[in-house]
Design a protein around this ligand. Structure first.
Ligand code: GLN
Length: 535
């Protein structure tokens, strides 16, 4: 019998519901259970692919090419599972399914309503993740905060699930905030009480509370929360702020979370946490520090580069260094200030992105890395900028550009794929998901992967223009990865540079703390060997 564990959030957003859900998954997996996840997002977009990263953070791409919520990235990083379109539903997708069914005539005669039609559809989405007989527990995270108008149908749907399958197969976890109020010199429980009351109004009694706080919660306070919120005192879990997000599974375990969940859901198994302990040990005992610049246009928006940032941390783990990321606004980088901008850095990464804002700054940064032999890593748009930079300043094509930025450019070294010319709709029409790539032996790329064939995830429309392959490679750029039919350039590098490599795909979507991605390990390793830029 598949069990369902629901994670809801109260009081305010950004309390780390995604990391909490991922950590619970990691613990259940460490106890020998097979888990999967469903993220339910209450907005109307069919997927987050068309949203601005300022609003929504990074768009995480799965192997099957789904543009999904960044929480799926946490799920993959904490459990090593591969997510797909079955693991993320938005209100828009749910309504779309229902409207299509209505048009098909599936509800002939009925008035189609939120309850039961939308709620039934939500239950279908949730339960389709549990149809795999190998899955012991489906962890369902509801986006948003209890009290939002948008989340109501989702909460109503999860309220009904125990009626369908039995209360003993369902566990509700509610994440709340227990703030410390300076003036009173006290931790306050009222927001938690109100938030749980909201849940109970809807008909859901949480089985466990995860109390986000900046300090330990004393037993007496736990008992108070338990009494007012109608949960047992041991199910009041202190979710104290941590230095590093990978400490959360062990923190929850210390608080007894997995033991309580396992008891309620009648799951047998003993936790094997050595891999997590090793990650945390390595994180807390680095042999050194390395400073790496991320050059991008969503500065100050860590969520927009979530997987990239985490991948750098993982790369650091494999060379026992802690990575300090310096965020550089590409719009502020000029030819004159570039040295000052990168002062103290030992490597620079140019991230993916869309549109021409900040492109010239990225190109100046790449020139600097190429000429000063600073380790450089480009992902997706980062590769496209590196090709433009090399074409302009080395291959003698001063007007080289991408048709994304300058449609009429004389030398479109980056251009649309032929099949993209006819695309009109913007949603889910890029080259998306995992594609194979052949890695050429004797290159930096091969030294990192040590494999001839790899699979990496893509999210882009534009490509290296094959018309320029000869001119650019003759000028000295090495193509070190191509599609199996040799039609698409996937990896480029400079052979005579300590580490200058860029990829058309997004390796950051496949890195995990327990399995750092080889390119991030190699890049951070090269940065560790590099002396910092002096101003
Ligand atoms: N804008 C570029 C393209 O569409 C790069 C996309 C990206 O960096 N993800 O090809």
């Amino acid at each position: 019998m598949t069990k369902y564990l629901f994670v809801t959030g109260g009081v305010l957003s950004s309390l780390g519901k995604g990391i909490a859900a991922a950590s619970i998954g990691a613990l259940l997996k460490a106890r020998g259970h097979s888990v999967t996840f469903v993220k339910l997002d209450p907005y109307i977009n069919l997927d987050p692919g068309t949203m601005n990263p300022y609003q929504h953070g990074e768009v995480f791409v799965t192997d099957d090419g789904t543009e999904s919520d960044l929480d799926l990235g946490h799920y993959e990083r904490y459990t090593g599972l591969s997510m797909s379109k079955r693991n993320n539903y938005t209100a828009g997708r749910v309504y779309n399914n229902v409207i299509q069914k209505e048009r098909r005539g599936d509800y002939l005669g009925a008035t189609v309503q939120v309850v039961p039609h939308i709620t039934d559809e939500i239950k279908c989405c949730i339960q389709s993740a549990g149809t795999d007989p190998k899955v012991d527990v489906v962890i369902v995270e509801i986006g948003g905060t209890v009290g939002d108008i948008e989340s109501l149908p989702f909460l109503e749907a999860i309220r009904q699930i125990p009626l369908d399958i039995g209360r003993q197969h369902v566990f509700y976890i509610h994440l709340t905030l227990v703030p410390f109020i300076q003036a009173a010199d006290e931790l306050k429980t009222k927001p938690t009480q109100h938030s749980v009351n909201k849940m109970r109004e809807i008909g859901i009694q949480p089985d466990m509370l995860l109390c986000r706080t900046d300090r330990p919660i004393a037993q007496a306070l736990k008992r108070k929360i338990a009494l007012f919120c109608n949960v047992s005192p041991e199910a009041v879990i202190t979710a104290q702020d941590v230095k590093n997000v990978y400490e959360v599974p062990l923190l929850f375990h210390k608080e007894g979370l997995d033991t309580i969940v396992a008891k309620h859901l009648r799951l047998k198994g003993v936790p094997k946490l050595s891999a997590w302990k090793q990650v945390v040990r390595r994180l807390s005992t680095p042999v050194g520090h390395v400073k790496i610049a991320i050059v991008g246009k969503y500065v100050g928006m860590k969520d927009a580069y979530k997987s990239l940032y985490e991948s750098l941390v993982h790369g650091g783990l494999s060379v026992r260094h802690s990575v300090q990321v310096v965020w550089i606004d590409s719009e502020q980088v000029t030819r004159d200030n570039v040295t000052a901008q990168f002062s103290g850095c030992q490597g620079l990464l140019v991230a993916g992105g869309f549109g021409n804002r900040g492109i010239e700054g990225k190109i100046h940064a790449i020139t600097y890395a190429r000429e000063r032999r600073l380790p450089f890593f480009g992902t997706c748009l980062g590769l496209q900028c590196a090709v433009i930079e090399f074409s302009r300043y080395v291959a003698g094509l001063p007007e080289a550009d991408s048709t994304e930025f300058t449609p009429q450019t004389k030398d479109p070294v980056i251009d649309l794929l032929p099949d993209q010319h006819t695309v009109v709709q913007k949603g889910a029409t890029m080259r998306l998901g995992a594609y194979p790539c052949k890695v050429i032996r004797g290159t930096h790329a091969y030294a990192a992967y040590r494999q001839d064939k790899i699979m990496e995830r893509h999210r882009h429309r534009y490509e290296f223009n094959n018309r320029y392959r000869d001119a650019i490679t003759k000028a000295g750029l090495t193509i070190s990865g191509v599609s199996p039919d040799d039609k698409l350039v996937e990896i480029i590098e400079l052979s005579d540079h300590p580490w200058f490599l860029a990829v058309q795909f997004h390796p950051e979507f496949k890195s995990q703390p327990t399995y750092p991605h080889p390119l991030f390990s190699a890049f951070v390793g090269a940065a560790v060997r590099q002396a910092p830029v002096s101003p």
